[in-house]
Each structure stands twice: as structure tokens, then as C-alpha cells.
Design a protein around this ligand. Structure first.
Ligand SMILES: Nc1ncnc2c1ncn2[C@@H]1O[C@H](COP(=O)(O)OP(=O)(O)OP(=O)(O)O)[C@@H](O)[C@H]1O
Ligand SMILES: [Mg+2]
Length: 331
């Protein structure tokens, strides 16, 4: 468990982290989300003992660690691994050399380094890239090397600072799956700093929202997404795609889910209630937004229409006749 008690950090007269207290239980994947400049990287540098707080205490499994020095600090650092957005690999070393580095630092012999590096490369799916130069790897492969290196000395904690921010959505998912698998296999505690709600939604068990150097909201992922109390949490949640394929499949066969795009001319009209009456369908509104573009209102609604097939068809025809663009998402 990682616990922070009343932790603060200033740079000159700028208060960057202000009186943060939190607990991160063992074995969880804990997300810390916030906007640029909120203090995320500073907080993770404090948690990972790269910097000292100006006030407060940091404990690992109940033992105070923020005041350690010299040999004790180095030993404590072996309990943790870190990965970053820009990978921080040595370009002068090949894949093997990068993963071997932390093992060399702690004085392991050549045989055990070789065995451990091969084990780690297998874990991250790069067994065939051992002799590759770093420059020949994709971003996702580089992050896999960084993960293997971070895990070399069997850390208890893995700290990730925007570890997927430089990767495309597919690669991001594969790296997040890898982190989750590793957590399950090795019983790691993972702290993920991010500004992407997609990352949090994909793997985090718990989430804190940080703003202006303080934690403004926290809880389980589900509780935060279901009942966000702050505007910033609501903004992050609004970036999530409201309907994924696997959710759509749960709707009954006699329902048709449509995304309706309203132009400024139709947005003010009670079209939906007209359709419900004239076509004898029920409508269940799943989500909706109204945006202002060039001072004109533009609407989007996701609606579940329920009814007989011919009624659903005529409802869609009628909606189109009002100039509404329709995407059928399901049914
Ligand atoms: N070493 C430093 N010296 C002075 N100010 C710093 C230092 N590190 C961070 N800051 C300031 O602290 C504040 C928080 O920075 P931090 O890097 O923790 O934000 P962040 O949430 O990680 O942002 P981003 O999403 O852009 O990475 C910023 O105002 C930044 O300018
Ligand atoms: Mg940062």
C-alpha cells in the first residue's frame, strides 16, 4: 500500500501539490487524472521518491520512505519501476542491453541477467527483438521494452506517467492490456497518471481527479463515472464514447438504436414527440448533446426506438423527412 499524508510541494513560491492525503491499496491499478499543469507528474515524482515533499509523509506498506537517504533510498527504489511517455530508453544499447541495465546496476551475474532478460522479453512479447537497436522499434515496442526494464528487479509498484500518450488508440489498448496482465501475474500495484479518460476507463480500479495540486474527487472507476461530483470529472467523462459495440448488443431485438444529427433548423422542433405519436413507437433517450457551432445550435441524440419493424421503418423515414441525419447503430 502507498499512503500519502498531507503532502505538499512548492517550487519557489508556486504551490504545486497542496495537502494531498490518499491511500493506494496493494494490487490495484490506480488512475490519477487531471488537466495539463494540474500537478500529476509532480505527484508521481513524489510518490516514486524522485523528489522530496516540502511537507507531509509518504509510506510504502506503512513504512515511511520520503525521508530516506543514501543506501536506504537506493534499496527502496528497487521496489519501484517507472515508465514514461517518451520511453527514456538508451539509444546506444539494443533491446537486451536496455532491459539488462537495472540488473547490471544491482550487480547480478551475466548468467542470471541473461535468463531474467529473456524471461522479461517473453512477458512483453518481444522475444524475437532482443538484438534490435531501439531506433528500429515502433512506439508500442519501445514502451514494451521500457515495461520489461521497469520490471527487471521485481518491483512492488509500477508508476506510469502518461505512458500511452504518444501511442495510437490500438497500441494504447495493447499496452494497457499488457499492464493489466502483468498486474494479475505479478501482483503489482500500478499508479497511472494520465489526461486521457479512455486510459482510466480501460484498466483502472480506482481513480482520483487532481486539479490545482489537490485531489478534488476520488473513488472506484464505476462510482466516478456514474456519479461525478465535479465539473472537471464530468468533462473527462464526456470524452468517453457513450456506446460501445458490446453495450449495444445487450439491447433487445425489437429495438433499434439510432444516432440522430439535428441541424439548426430542426433542433428547436419537438420532432421526437411527433414521431412517437404518428408512428406508434416508443423512444428511450440514451444520450444527447447540444453544441453551438458558429452561433447555431447543432444537436445529437442517441435514441432507442422500440416497436414493430414496420413502425420503426416509418419512424426513420419520417425523421429523415424533417432533414435529420440518422445513423442506425444497432437493430
Ligand atoms: N521543476 C519544476 N520547477 C518549477 N515549476 C515546476 C517544476 N515542475 C513542475 N512545475 C510546475 O508545476 C505545475 C504542475 O506541473 P506538472 O508537470 O506536475 O503538471 P502535469 O499535471 O504533469 O501536466 P502535464 O499534463 O502537462 O504533464 C506547473 O505549473 C509546472 O509549471
Ligand atoms: Mg505531466
Amino acid at each position: 500500500m502507498i499512503s500519502l499524508k498531507n503532502v505538499s510541494k512548492n517550487y519557489s513560491d508556486l504551490s504545486v501539490i497542496s495537502d494531498i492525503s490518499m491511500e493506494i491499496q496493494s494490487n490495484v491499478i490506480y488512475g490519477i487524472i487531471g488537466k495539463s499543469g494540474a500537478g500529476k507528474s509532480t505527484l508521481i515524482r513524489l510518490m516514486s521518491l524522485l523528489e522530496n515533499p516540502d511537507a507531509g509523509e509518504i509510506c510504502y506498506d506503512g513504512v515511511r520512505v520520503d525521508n530516506l537517504k543514501g543506501k536506504e533510498l537506493l534499496e527502496c527504489r528497487h521496489q519501484l519501476g517507472m515508465i514514461f511517455q517518451n520511453f527514456n530508453l538508451f539509444s546506444s544499447r539494443d533491446v537486451f542491453g536496455n532491459v539488462a541495465y537495472p540488473l547490471e546496476i544491482v550487480g547480478k551475474d551475466r548468467e542470471s541477467i541473461r535468463n531474467r532478460v529473456h524471461e522479461l522479453l517473453e512477458l512483453v512479447g518481444l522475444s524475437d527483438k532482443s538484438a534490435y537497436p531501439i531506433s528500429k522499434l515502433s512506439g508500442g515496442q519501445k514502451q514494451r521494452v521500457a515495461i520489461a526494464r521497469a520490471l527487471a528487479n521485481h518491483p512492488k509498484f509500477l508508476f506510469c506517467d502518461e505512458a500511452t500518450s504518444a501511442l495510437d488508440p490500438q497500441t494504447t489498448k495493447s499496452i494497457l492490456r499488457l499492464v493489466r496482465d502483468i498486474r494479475n501475474k505479478m501482483g503489482l500495484t500500478v499508479v497511472m497518471i494520465t489526461h486521457q479518460m479512455d486510459v482510466v476507463k480501460e484498466i483502472c480500479d480506482y481513480v482520483s481527479v487532481i486539479d490545482g495540486g489537490t485531489i478534488i474527487e476520488n473513488g472506484t472507476l464505476k462510482s466516478l463515472v456514474s456519479f461525478p461530483h465535479t465539473q472537471i470529472a464530468r468533462e473527462f467523462i464526456s470524452t468517453l464514447d457513450p456506446l460501445e459495440e458490446k453495450v449495444l448488443r445487450k439491447f433487445p431485438p425489437n429495438s433499434r438504436i439510432c444516432r440522430l444529427h439535428f441541424g439548426s433548423e430542426s433542433v428547436m422542433e419537438p420532432i421526437l414527440s411527433k414521431i412517437i405519436k404518428t408512428c406508434q413507437v416508443d423512444a428511450n433517450i440514451l444520450s444527447g448533446t447540444l453544441r453551438t457551432v458558429n452561433d447555431e445550435p447543432i444537436g445529437e441524440l442517441v435514441v432507442e426506438f422500440i416497436g414493430a419493424a414496420e413502425n420503426l421503418n416509418s419512424a426513420i423515414c419520417e425523421l429523415k423527412s424533417y432533414g435529420i441525419m440518422i445513423e442506425v447503430l444497432h437493430g
